[in-house]
Ligand binder design. Structure first.
Ligand code: SAM
Length: 282
């Protein structure tokens, strides 16, 4: 491999189901002399499973800068490196971003491979219809900081996506209900791609009770998705005007657009409300 073509590949790995490795990911791992891994003990069996004989180097949260230098040294020597984290896509609530930044600064090519990511996997099966989502990842562990972050997020008219570990699931869901209000829907996506995969929708006010009803529901890794806030008081005018427009026989899209233009109420909220009103009168 020539110096110029030495590349850093960012390679997603499965969340649990080994079948979720892409053909291209396997091909790339088999082609590079080095794999930089968040936890080499975790990655070694994975590489063995896919028949990859690359050498491993450690690149985790606590040595990312040093690892970046090692990776750049390899690239200067003309050797490509694949970067993997323990599960899913590197740099998504995982190490990787710093390494990528340094490698790009050093002028080498970084090629990302698409693949497994818990947030996107959960989102695709959540049934939440907000047209936008905000990926947050892990909330702070300390209650005060967590609440402050949630206060900032509460007004965003988007589905909110969080990661959480089993030992904090109850307190996090309780905090979501307290700060975001009990009426929003939370989808708890647990153990995705694994044997005990569960995807459950419940209102935030009932979510803690649902988790407590069966301790098995608190086990494993979680993605929590919270639906966007429904229409608020500011949207009252919008809803009134929307109702009048629909009564006059205007189509949903047009009624929502006009209600938004006339009253300033949220565009998406008007559209969702118009669909709902229409459904009720059918
Ligand atoms: N980089 C990964 C990705 O692309 O999704 C995320 C790594 S982060 C350190 C680990 C968190 O991702 C877990 O605590 C959990 O919130 C989520 N996660 C990972 N695997 C999961 C799974 N199989 N089911 C549900 N959530 C999962």
């Amino acid at each position: 491999m020539t110096h110029e073509s030495a590349t850093l590949y960012v390679v997603p790995t499965p969340l649990g189901n080994l079948g979720d490795m892409t053909l291209r990911a396997i091909e790339v791992l088999r082609s590079v002399p080095w794999v930089a891994a968040e936890d080499t003990r975790h990655t070694a069996p994975l590489l063995k499973h896919y028949g990859v004989s690359a050498r491993l180097m450690a690149a985790h949260q606590h040595n990312e800068e040093a690892a970046a230098h090692q990776i750049i040294d390899r690239l200067h020597a003309g050797e490509s490196v694949a970067f993997v984290s323990d599960a899913g896509t590197p740099a998504v609530s995982d190490p990787g971003a710093r390494v990528v930044a340094r490698v790009r600064e050093a002028g080498f090519r970084v090629i990302p491979l698409p693949g497994a990511c818990a947030a996107v996997t959960a989102l695709s099966a959540s049934g939440l219809v907000d047209p936008h989502f905000l990926f947050y990842g892990f909330l702070p562990a300390k209650a005060k900081q967590r609440e402050a972050e949630l206060q900032l997020l509460a007004a965003f008219p988007y589905t909110l996506v969080f990661y959480e570990a089993p030992h904090r699931i109850l307190e996090t869901v309780a905090a979501l209900a307290t700060v975001l209000g009990g009426d929003r829907t939370v989808v708890l996506a647990r153990e995705l791609t694994k044997l005990f995969e569960t995807i459950h929708s419940v209102s935030l006010k009932d979510a803690v009770r649902w988790l407590e009803d069966d301790p098995n529901r608190q086990r494993g890794e979680f993605v929590l998705l919270v639906s966007g806030p429904g229409p608020n008081d500011d949207d009252d005018d919008g809803l009134r005007v929307l109702g009048l427009l629909l009564d006059e026989g205007l189509p949903v899209k047009q009624a929502a657009k006009l209600a938004h233009a006339i009253t300033g109420a949220g565009k998406n909220a008007m559209y969702e409300a118009a669909l709902e009103l229409k459904k009720r009168t059918e």
